[in-house]
Design a protein. Sequence first.
Length: 114
Amino acid sequence: QVQLVESGGGLVQAGGSLRLSCAASGIIFSHSVMVWHRQAPGKQREWIALITRGATTNYIDSVKGRFTISRDNAKNTVYLQMNSLKPEDTAIYYCNTNPPAPGWGQGTQVTVSS
């Protein structure tokens, strides 16, 4: 059974930073493409950052240069370092594999105040 546990969210002022973590179990983590998604109020969930098992990364344009995805295969954990945060980054952040495993985690709330 896949389990994804996100953590590290919080309330931060615009321009601040947060580091999110996602601990995964029930998968062969080192073989998995991992993706961070977010869902803002009233909007659909969107992918924002991806890391392959070879550590190649990809980002949506709105977070390029500000967010960095990384992974630690020894800890079965994927990270999202978020810098220069903006109010429009306010959302619940989730991780998952690609393709997505059934059953999403609870996510972690990120709130950026202006």
